[in-house]
Design a protein around this ligand. Structure first.
Ligand code: MRU
Length: 363
């Protein structure tokens, strides 16, 4: 996707042929800082601090982290160590474990001398696969927006989304935002209600930034506004991304997603979830009981970071001094509240039968 006319992916290999470049998402939308990662420790830190975030993207960046580690030591112990270390950086998004498992499977039986080149090739394949997968998710989600547009000719199609499931959360195009970009490009009048997504504001900072750069009409709303907008006919459809989908179709996504699904159900509105194959965890059935939910620092809740009038980034405390805070970063929306899943292979019910219909080769 483009920023001011320049095409970007959210991760790429530098012109030096080995170091890894990312956009520092903790600085967006205020600054476009491109970081250079040179070893696996920097990759782990970038994932933990959320300089890179979003389920598919952390998988792709971790894959490059394996390649960086093998440059220093291509032995089997080193491979096992880096896979374990990077796998512990964030617990909820299954794409991280998926990408690391794929790297280990590809590299384990190779002679050490062949591992570095093979690791870069596999990481590149993961990144390219994610970009193409997300483009196809857009193709399969587009008809949903077309159908709404056809029902109300000349009127705007209003989509509500939560967090950031755009190109910044993937390698390119995004998941939930991919159909929206395709609809916009096809001339469908689309407008997006962007949940600010406290505590880290991925909606206000990242989704709004992306949509704005692509020229998609959007409005940032407080997280609590969605139910009201739905009650007053101002939302046609909700589309969100996900960090892990169980084989029964339960969906883990950014904290607050579950409440939007409840509000959508109460208002008879469709609630769709967009995902790549790498987000399905076939080993897990019950999302509420089995998906580990990341607990992050209290300061993300008690403090806010923004830009001052004179252009400085500043963090201020918004919670009462001394009050403790809890910060569960994700929640699980049960499959019964999900209208359907949008994947690179098509759309399906949020159910085991639905998913297996699209992925018959699954374990
Ligand atoms: C296409 S990304 C889908 C999800 O990863 C996204 O909605 C999300 O919850 C991201 O959480 P984050 O904590 O910002 O990594």
């Amino acid at each position: 996707m483009k920023i001011d006319g320049t095409p970007y992916r959210s991760v790429w290999v530098d012109a030096d042929g080995w170091s890894v470049r990312i956009l520092d998402q903790t600085k967006l939308p205020w600054q476009l800082d491109i970081l250079r990662l040179v070893d696996e420790r920097q990759v782990a830190q970038a994932i933990r601090s959320m300089q890179v975030r979003g389920a598919p993207l952390i998988g792709a960046v971790a894959a490059y982290g394996v390649a960086l580690a093998l440059r220093a030591d291509a032995g089997t112990d080193s491979l096992d160590r880096v896979v374990t270390m990077l796998g512990e950086t964030r617990p909820t998004a299954i794409n991280l474990a998926w990408a690391l498992d794929r790297m280990r499977a590809r590299l384990h039986n190779l002679p050490a001398g062949e591992r570095v080149a093979a690791a870069y090739a596999e990481a590149q394949a993961i990144a390219d696969d994610d970009a193409e997968t997300c483009r196809r998710i857009g193709e399969h989600g587009l008809p949903l927006l077309r159908e709404i547009a056809a029902r109300k000719p000349g009127e705007t199609v209003n989509v509500l989304t939560h967090c950031n499931a755009g190109w910044l959360a993937t390698v390119d195009y995004g998941t939930a935002l991919s159909p929206i970009y395709q609809a916009h490009d096809a001339g469908i009048p689309v407008h997006v209600w962007v949940d600010e997504t406290r505590p880290r504001n991925q909606g206000a900072a990242l989704t709004a930034f992306e949509l704005g750069k692509h020229g998609v009409r959007h409005t940032v709303v407080a997280d609590n506004a969605g139910g009201h907008l739905m009650q007053h006919g101002q939302v046609d459809i909700c589309i969100v991304g996900t960090d892990r989908v169980t084989r029964r179709g339960d969906v883990a996504n950014k904290i607050g997603t579950y409440l939007k699904a409840l509000a959508a159900r109460d208002n008879g509105l469709p609630f769709w979830v967009a995902l790549p194959h790498s987000t399905i965890d076939w080993r897990v059935a019950d999302g509420v009981a089995e998906i580990p939910i990341e607990e992050r620092a209290e300061a993300e809740v008690t403090d806010l970071t923004g830009r001052t009038a004179d252009g400085r980034l500043e963090t201020v405390r918004v919670a009462a001094e001394g009050s403790p805070a809890a910060n569960p970063a994700f929640d699980v929306t049960p499959a019964r509240l999900v209208t359907g899943l949008i994947t690179e292979r098509g759309r399906c019910d949020a159910s085991e039968a639905g998913l297996r219909g699209l992925y018959p080769e699954a374990p």
